[in-house]
Design a binder for this molecule. Structure first.
Ligand code: BV8
Ligand code: ZN
Length: 294
């Protein structure tokens, strides 16, 4: 007789979750691209994760930028354009509301789309692990120049050339892989105004790059200060480290509930991993988070 999968008691158990939430003093959240899916932004691994037949993770590296800064800038100009058009969704707002209600709530987000700040999430309770599409910095490591809140769209005149046939308000014509990319000389990409030599680059953390060390120390100090009662793991495939390691890092055996909110939370391998005190909710974060947190 095939062993039937024993559905853990806390799978989709909203009442039990609300009990645990009411008794929780310290909550950590780790968010990924699935939280912004309802805002129309493609995830990395989902169908929308590809851009012009490139795997996003191939372009999100210093090597790719060194090799073809124009292609990488076209990728990021497209993502800036899409993120500027997107709006925070009810999931972002539910997290911001929880932060305002609970001083001991800290949100770690892997998303660079600026939707948490645009949902008025309190700054001091939000750590953008991988930076922001709207920070621009110098590619010269030794320079240190950085500019915040740069919302130019397209990012620079040269990229307008790539988008001359775009109708106003349409995505940059970079989606269709068949569409020829305008040849843009690297010399037309903006240089750092400080050292004058480095190229300006997106202020995000690429694969193989260190996350901000002070931020990592602050997060560890927050986790170590007192027991964490609950870790919300929202819309993330939990593949990328060190972001994917925080749920286990914050866990106090037998006490901390790790709460997965994910479209694929109900797959057998995900359900098998649940400890007794954990919760799993399968569905769209934009529907589940308001139900769970408000
Ligand atoms: C570093 C910014 C070290 C750029 C990104 C162990 C320890 C340390 C490092 C490593 C390690 N093992 C491997 C590494 C290296 C690497 C890594 O983790 N590689 C992976 C691929 C194995 N890590 C790094 O390089 C990190 N750097 O650790 O440096 C170091 C030490 C010394 C000296 C030098 C370096 C830096 C990683 C940061 C990379 N930058 N983003 C940009 O955005 O362009 S990563 C990027 O991809 C995102 O930020 C995010 O982190 C990741 C995508 O993951 P998700 O957000 O989870 O999205 P995904 O599409 O995968 O999943 C979506 C999920 O949502 C799915 O589960 C889906 O089911 C669900 N979903 C979809 N729709 C919905 C939904 N759920 C609910 N509702 C919906 N509607
Ligand atoms: Zn510079």
């Amino acid at each position: 007789m095939k062993a039937t999968l024993a559905i853990p008691k806390n799978y989709n158990n909203v009442a039990a979750f609300h009990e645990k939430l009411a008794a929780s003093k310290r909550i950590l959240a780790v968010c990924g691209a699935g939280l912004s899916a309802a805002s129309g932004l493609p995830t990395f691994r989902g169908a929308g994760g590809l851009w012009r037949n490139y795997d996003a993770t191939e372009l999100a590296t210093p090597g790719a930028f060194r090799q073809d800064p124009v292609l990488v800038w076209l990728f990021y100009a497209y993502r800036r354009h899409m993120a500027l058009k997107a709006k925070p969704n009810a999931g972002h707002h539910a997290l911001a509301a929880l932060a305002k209600k609970m001083p001991e709530f800290l949100c770690l987000s892997q998303n660079v789309d600026n939707l948490h700040p645009r949902a008025n999430h309190p700054d001091d309770q939000l750590k953008l692990l991988h930076g922001s599409l709207f920070d621009i910095k110098c590619f010269n490591k030794s320079c240190g120049w950085i500019e915040h809140h740069n919302y130019a769209d397209p990012f620079c005149p040269a990229l307008v050339a790539a988008s001359e046939d775009v109708e106003p308000g349409k995505a940059l014509p970079l989606l269709d892989p068949k569409q020829k990319l305008a040849k843009i000389p690297e010399s037309e990409l903006p240089k750092c105004p400080s050292c004058k030599t480095g190229l300006q680059r997106p202020g995000v953390v690429w694969f193989g790059e260190q996350l901000d060390e002070q931020m990592l120390r602050d997060i560890d100090a927050w986790i170590d200060r007192h027991v964490v009662d609950m870790v919300l793991v929202i819309g993330t495939s939990s593949v990328v480290y060190p972001a994917a390691g925080y749920a286990e890092k914050a866990r106090t055996e037998g006490h901390t509930s790790v709460v997965t909110v994910n479209l694929d939370a109900a797959t057998p391998e995900n359900l098998y991993q649940l400890e007794d005190e954990d919760f799993a909710f399968a569905g769209d974060a934009v529907v589940l988070l308001p139900q769970l947190l408000e």
